[in-house]
Design a protein around this ligand. Structure first.
Ligand code: CP3
Length: 340
């Protein structure tokens, strides 16, 4: 049983940093594309047999130290009734965006086993098939990051509708984020009950807020999620473009902080202190470079992370044009780094 990842999450001394890759199951793998050809992305998420299969692909093909559930952060919003669909080449869209507290009244409370039972079934299948070989990570988006999609109706350049709401009716927005948080906490608790051994919270767009505004608007609902998760598993908080939030994040009640490539890990460590485990943070673009470049950049990242607990990963999701050999080289470079 490879429990290196879980030991590292708990900040125990480990023989080398564990390694996994955000978006490790995805289009850069021909084996993923082959399964994806049979149906669209949402159908894949909703078919536990296939979702379990693509969850396991990077374990076999890339050799990572943890599996991450194949699903999407937007599925709970769909279960609440916002109407998720994907436009080819453009990404997610919602049929019914929510731009006021009044509009949010149409969102339904979710019962994860009833409304997202296919996700729990995927977790159960993956846990069974992994049989302890590596741990399984469950996940959700943070309420703030989910709101960027729910309010804008899809990906956005400037988040104008959400920002307008946040300035014109911050209390109303906080109440809606709190509603989303309640559903997220239930959803994550159900993942743990089904077998997830760690949870990652994705705040992909937390970095668009200043530290002061992030604390005022995004933090309360994030804390509500964290406080209401049932089950004793390590929590990982990921923020993209959020180096300026680190002085606030050092006090977040999670074991692991996952950061992007814009800040070297030793600088992040100097801000958050010795108690937090850091996860990350190779630039996903580095895996598009030469072998020599990948090895030297990965070693530099490991050296920068060596001053405390560290889980090796990219700073954001792996890019679809990445050669799987490059992903393997990244993983092998970390695995060969054992000291002593
Ligand atoms: O990491 C993994 O391998 C597990 C699966 C996973 C997916 N999405 C599968 C996926 C995870 C953890 C996510 C999280 C997710 N989804 C985030 C947070 C992480 C981040 O990237 O910041 C966000 C913002 C989303 C929303 C989302 N889903 C977008 C914006 C898109 C379109 C962009 C894209 O890459 O196509 C998706 C689609 C999506 N989610 C795909 C996958 C494998 C591509 C689907 C396909 O066409 O096959």
């Amino acid at each position: 049983m490879n429990d290196l990842f879980l030991r590292a999450c708990r900040n125990e001394a480990v023989e080398r940093p564990p390694v996994w890759i955000m978006r490790q199951a995805g289009r850069y793998l021909a084996e993923y594309r082959a399964i994806r050809e049979r149906g669209d992305f949402l159908t894949l998420c909703r078919t536990p047999e296939l979702a379990a299969e693509v969850t396991l692909q990077p374990i076999r093909l890339i050799g990572v130290d943890a599996a991450i559930l194949f699903a999407d952060i937007l599925l709970p919003l769909d279960a609440m009734g916002a109407g998720l669909y994907f436009v080819k080449g453009e990404g997610p869209r919602f049929e019914r965006p929510v731009r006021s507290e009044q509009e949010a009244k149409s969102l339904a409370e979710i019962d994860p086993e009833r409304d997202l039972g296919y996700v729990m079934e995927t977790v159960r299948r993956v846990s069974k098939e992994l049989a302890g070989s590596v741990p399984l990570i469950g996940f959700a988006g943070t309420p703030w990051t989910l709101a960027t999609y729910l309010v804008e109706g899809g990906p956005s350049k400037n988040y104008a509708n959400l920002l307008a709401w946040s300035y014109s009716d911050p209390d109303g927005l906080r109440r809606v984020l709190s509603f989303v948080a309640k559903g997220s906490a239930r959803y994550l608790s159900a993942q743990v009950a089904a077998g997830a051994q760690a949870l990652q919270l994705f705040d992909s767009w937390g970095g668009i807020l200043s530290a002061e505004r992030w604390r005022e608007i995004a933090l309360p609902s994030l804390l509500q999620v964290i406080e209401n998760i049932e089950g004793d598993v390590p929590l990982i908080f990921y923020v993209n473009g959020g180096s300026h939030l680190l002085p606030v994040l050092r006090d977040l009640p999670v074991q692991v902080l996952s950061v992007d490539w814009r800040i070297p890990l030793d600088q992040a460590r100097a801000i958050v202190g010795p108690d937090k485990v850091l996860q990350g943070n190779l630039d996903p673009g580095a895996l598009l470079g030469s072998k020599e470049e990948i090895v030297s950049r990965t070693k530099a990242m490991l050296a920068a992370g060596a001053g405390g607990g560290h889980i090796a990963n990219l700073g954001h999701g792996i890019l679809p044009m990445t050669n799987p050999d490059s992903a393997r080289l990244f993983v092998d470079t970390v695995k060969n780094s054992a000291t002593g």
